[in-house]
Design a protein around this ligand. Structure first.
Ligand code: SF4
Ligand code: SF4
Length: 429
């Protein structure tokens, strides 16, 4: 079910231009240098490049007062759909900003003015090879370490995702080593695993998004798995949130649960099924990936009416970003002896995006790298470390490219890699 812009007129119209979608929550704001959580307004310093400005663009379009010019298209796509504005607005007004921004993109695409050339190229890759890079289908699982054999059928299905499968294979390899160390039987889909389609959802390429969603849902059902485990938060959001949303269902209606590696591993670390005993004397900071943190709450389908003062009947279960996966990765790192975690100024719901999401890495790469460099600078200047840990191969790819471009001395690790380094002697596969 594609998002319809007119269904979000209330959200666009009720904006009070308080700026809560742009600023870090004031009680958590340290220095003004790190006071803005929207990458788009941080870079362009012009209101159409903040959520409240885009709501005005949406209203102007619905009222026939604005046309979709090249500058309009630029303002709509120079945004990572990172969700920082959505959780900021829901501190005050419970407006559905993320869905409104996605519906606005959908309208631009439906009118033939988008998406951007990079988005079309990535979609072409997906359509011809079922991965976002256009790489060979047969090689999707060729990273599997020797000595690790997935089961033909298991309750747990490891969903690799395009980035771990093709460019960040160290994350996929670390993940299956951890599963083996914990004694967890797991299966994989092999060539039947297609790109999750998250880039398609966020760039309004809904027809192809629906095709990959339907294929992947059928393949997961046919596997008989009860739990789908992902290394990539973008895959997590696609499978857990976007697929049911597109089908007009709730996350709880799906016949399997979808979890991220950190959610799956944290209880195993706590109960001793996996032992992270090898000391890692490192000072690190942690980057909250948008799709693991504020964007990862389940989707709850709502249908009803809005009455006086905007009151909803029946009441809606909101996704306000507070119940995302924040603590699990921190608990895992806390269990590694010698590892010191120092927080950056913008953390959890207020974290600054890595820059890759919302099709920005594919369509506007210069902005993606600028955003990543801002975050790397924040890590050095506010946490005082040159080691960044994250739990997202998509973020890692973008940070790695930014480091290559700037020549920065930062090191970036996926949390799965750190966990493998900290495994008790003899446990690593
Ligand atoms: S936080 Fe919400 S109400 Fe405030 S300016 Fe942003 S979109 Fe408008
Ligand atoms: S989704 Fe992120 S980049 Fe886009 S307007 Fe909201 S805060 Fe800014």
């Amino acid at each position: 079910m594609a998002l319809v812009l007119e269904n979000h007129r209330y959200d666009a119209d009720r904006c009070i231009r308080c700026g809560g979608c742009k600023w870090v929550d004031h009680i958590y704001m340290g220095h003004p240098r790190w006071g803005v959580k929207c990458p788009s307004i941080a870079r362009y310093l012009f209101d159409p490049y903040a959520a409240y400005g885009r709501l005005q663009l949406a209203l102007g379009l619905m009222d026939g007062e604005l046309e979709i010019t090249p500058s309009f298209v630029d303002a709509v796509f120079q945004c990572q759909l990172c969700g920082a504005c959505d959780v900021g607005c829901k501190r005050n007004l419970d407006l559905e900003i993320q869905d409104t921004l996605m519906a606005l993109r959908q309208r631009v695409v439906d009118k033939g003015k988008g998406p951007l050339p990079g988005h079309k190229k990535a979609a072409g890759n997906i359509e011809s090879t079922w991965n976002i890079f256009g790489s060979r289908k047969k090689e999707r699982f060729s990273w599997m370490p020797s000595g690790i054999q997935p089961a033909a059928k298991a309750d747990v299905l490891y969903w690799a995702g395009c980035y771990p499968a093709y460019t960040q294979s160290e994350t996929a390899q670390a993940t299956v080593k951890l599963l083996k160390a914990a004694g967890v039987d797991f299966a994989v889909l092999g060539e039947s695993e297609w790109c999750c389609g998250q880039m398609l959802f966020t760039t309004g390429q809904t027809e192809l998004a629906l095709k990959v969603a339907q294929h992947n849902i059928d393949a997961i059902k046919a596997s008989g798995a009860k739990t789908v485990l992902t290394s990539c938060p973008e895959c997590l959001t696609a499978l857990k949130v976007e697929y049911p949303k597109l089908l007009g269902k709730s996350t709880s209606d799906m016949p399997y649960q979808v979890v991220h590696l950190t959610e799956f591993m944290e209880p195993l670390v706590k109960n001793g099924a996996i032992k992270l005993n090898k000391p890692l004397p490192m000072r690190v900071t942690y980057h909250d990936p948008c799709h693991l943190s504020r964007m990862s709450e389940p989707w709850v389908q709502w249908e009803g009416t809005r009455g006086q003062y905007g009151v909803l009947q029946p009441p809606k279960q909101w996704r306000r970003g507070t119940n995302g996966v924040y603590q699990q990765p921190r608990n895992i790192m806390g269990a590694i002896p010698g590892l010191e975690l120092v927080e950056m100024q913008r953390t959890r719901e207020n974290a600054f995006c890595c820059g890759a999401g919302g099709g920005v890495r594919e369509g506007l790469n210069d902005f993606a790298l600028w955003t990543a460099q801002e975050r790397l600078t924040e890590a050095k200047e506010t946490a005082g470390t040159n080691t960044l840990v994250l739990a997202c191969p998509h973020c890692k790819a973008n940070f790695t490219d930014a480091i290559k471009k700037s020549g920065d001395n930062m090191k970036v690790y996926d949390i799965a890699e750190l966990m493998v380094k900290a495994l008790s002697q003899g446990k690593e596969a």
